[in-house]
Design a protein around this ligand. Structure first.
Ligand code: NAD
Length: 396
C-alpha cells in the first residue's frame, strides 16, 4: 500500500520502547521521526544505583550511527522536559507532526513505591507531561493523532474474566433495586502508585478526546519482553541498541529472568508465581504501533487497544526460561508487591492490527526468548547480580 511519508514525534524517544519505535518508524516507513526526551531516566537510574545492560551513547551519537548504518537522515532529537508547557507546545508547533506517540513516563511500579518523593514524582511527571501534550494539541492542531501508552496493569486488581474492557453500561443491585451506570469504563484498580497514575491519565485521554474533539488512542500495553528489533539486532549494530534494564526497580519480569538464567543466578519468582500477566515481545509491540499510525480515528474519538499476545503466570514464565536453560534453578521469594491473581482477560477482543502477532504465538514465544537470550549472552559479563534482587516493598 502506498503511503505518503509524514512526521511523527516520539515522546520518550530515549527510552526502551521509544527508541526502538523511533528507529523502526524512520527506517521501515521512511517517516521523519523526532525523538523528544528529557533524558531523565538516565538520572533516575543513577539515583537508584542501577545500570543498563549496554551503556547508551548520547542521542546525537546514536542518531549518527543510525545515519551511518541506514544512509538516511530522517531521525532527529529534541531535549525537552514535557513538564514545561511552553517547551512542549514549542516542539509540537515546530514540527507539526501527523502523529505523536507518547511513551515518556516514569514506567516503574517499584520506583513509585520507594518513598513519598518518588510516588509524587511519578504522579506529577506522568500526569502533568501528558496534560501538557493534550493542551498543546488542542491549541495547535486537533487533527494530530495522539497515541498514548497506557498499561494493562490498570486492571491489576480486577477480575477481567467477567468484565468487558470497553466503555459500556453496568447494571447492579443496590438497596433492593436495580441500578445502572451508563457508558462507563470498568472500574479499573491499581495495586501501586505507578499504575494509579496510568489509570488517571487513561481517564484524562477520555476527557481530552471528548472535550476538545481530539483523536486519541490509548494502548493498554502488556509487559514487554525482548531486547532488540530488526534494526538493532545484528551484532555490528551495537550503537543502535535500546535501553535494557535488568534490575529490581526498572526491569520487566521476563527480561530479568533471562539475565538471571544466563549468568547462572536462580530465577527469582515473587510469591507463589500464580499471579498472571499479559506479555508481548518488543518486535510485536513495535509492529503493532506501526499499524496504529494508520488507524482511522475520528475527531472526538478515544480508541482503546489492548496490546498483548501471551498471558502467563509468573511461574509459567520462569518455566519457559528453564525450557531453554534446563540447568537454571527457580527460587520463590516473599512477594514484595501487592498482586492479585487476575490480569488481562482470557477473552479479549484482539484488534485486527494485532492479528498477525497472534498467529502461531505459542511456537513463536520460545523463539523470541531464544533471540533475547542470544543477545544477553553477548553482554553477560557486564551483568551486575547485586542489582537484581528486590529491595522495594509495598508494605508499610
Ligand atoms: N516496558 C514495558 O513493559 C511497558 C509495559 C506497559 C506500558 N509501558 C509504558 O510504555 C511507556 C514507555 O516505557 P519504557 O519501558 O520505554 O520506559 P523508559 O523509562 O525506558 O522510557 C521512558 C522515557 O521517557 C522519558 N521521560 C520521562 N519523563 C519525561 C518528561 N517529563 N519529559 C521528557 N521525557 C521524559 C525518559 O527519560 C525515558 O527515556 C511508558 O508510558 C510505560 O508506562 C511500558
Amino acid at each position: 500500500m502506498h503511503r505518503e511519508s509524514q512526521t511523527v514525534l516520539v515522546l520518550g524517544g530515549d527510552g526502551y520502547l521509544g527508541w526502538s519505535l523511533g528507529i523502526a518508524i524512520a527506517h521501515r516507513l521512511g517517516d521523519k521521526v523526532v525523538l523528544v526526551d528529557k533524558l531523565v531516566k538516565r538520572v533516575w537510574e543513577k539515583a537508584v544505583g542501577v545500570k543498563v545492560l549496554v551503556p547508551l551513547a548520547r542521542p546525537s551519537e546514536r542518531i549518527r550511527e543510525y545515519e551511518r548504518i541506514y544512509q538516511k537522515r530522517n531521525l532527529f532529537f529534541e531535549k525537552i522536559d514535557l513538564l514545561d508547557p511552553k517547551a512542549t507546545t514549542h516542539v509540537i508547533r515546530k514540527y507539526r507532526p501527523a502523529a505523536i506517540v507518547n511513551a515518556a513516563q516514569q514506567p516503574s511500579a517499584p520506583y513509585s513505591m520507594m518513598s513519598p518523593k518518588t510516588a509524587a514524582e511519578t504522579f506529577s511527571n506522568n500526569i502533568v507531561s501528558h496534560l501538557n501534550a493534550l493542551w498543546a494539541l488542542a491549541e495547535i492542531d486537533k487533527s494530530i493523532l495522539y497515541i498514548k501508552l497506557g498499561s494493562a496493569g490498570c486492571y491489576g486488581g480486577v477480575n477481567t474474566d467477567y468484565i468487558p474492557l470497553t466503555k459500556t453500561d453496568f447494571s447492579f443491585e443496590y438497596g433492593g433495586g436495580l441500578r445502572k451506570i451508563v457508558q462507563s469504563w470498568l472500574p479499573m484498580h491499581a495495586t501501586d502508585f505507578y499504575h494509579q497514575s496510568k489509570i488517571t491519565d487513561f481517564l484524562i485521554d477520555d476527557l481530552g478526546a471528548d472535550l476538545w474533539k481530539l483523536r486519541v488512542i490509548t494502548v493498554q500495553q502488556a509487559t514487554i519482553f525482548g531486547a532488540t528489533v530488526e534494526e538493532n539486532h545484528p551484532e555490528d549494530h551495537r550503537g543502535l541498541i535500546t535501553r535494557f534494564n535488568y534490575d529490581h526497580v526498572f526491569s520487566t519480569v521476563l527480561n530479568r529472568f533471562v539475565c538471571q538464567a544466563v549468568i547462572g543466578h536462580p530465577i527469582t519468582v515473587y510469591g507463589e508465581g500464580s499471579q498472571r500477566t499479559g506479555l508481548m515481545s518488543l518486535p510485536d509491540t513495535v509492529n503493532s504501533f506501526l499499524n496504529l499510525l494508520n488507524l482511522d480515528v475520528g475527531r472526538g474519538e478515544h480508541r482503546v487497544i489492548h496490546n498483548y499476545t501471551h498471558r502467563l503466570s509468573i511461574g509459567e514464565i520462569a518455566e519457559s526460561v528453564r525450557k531453554l536453560r534446563p540447568q537454571a534453578r527457580i527460587t520463590y521469594l516473599k512477594n514484595p508487591r501487592r498482586e492479585t491473581e487476575s490480569g488481562l482477560a482470557k477473552q479479549i477482543e484482539v484488534h485486527s492490527s494485532l492479528q498477525e502477532a497472534h498467529n502461531e504465538k505459542e511456537k513463536k514465544f520460545l523463539r523470541e526468548l531464544e533471540i533475547m537470550m542470544g543477545f544477553v549472552e553477548r553482554y553477560k559479563d557486564s551483568i551486575d547480580p547485586s542489582i537484581i534482587l528486590p529491595k522495594v516493598r509495598w508494605e508499610r
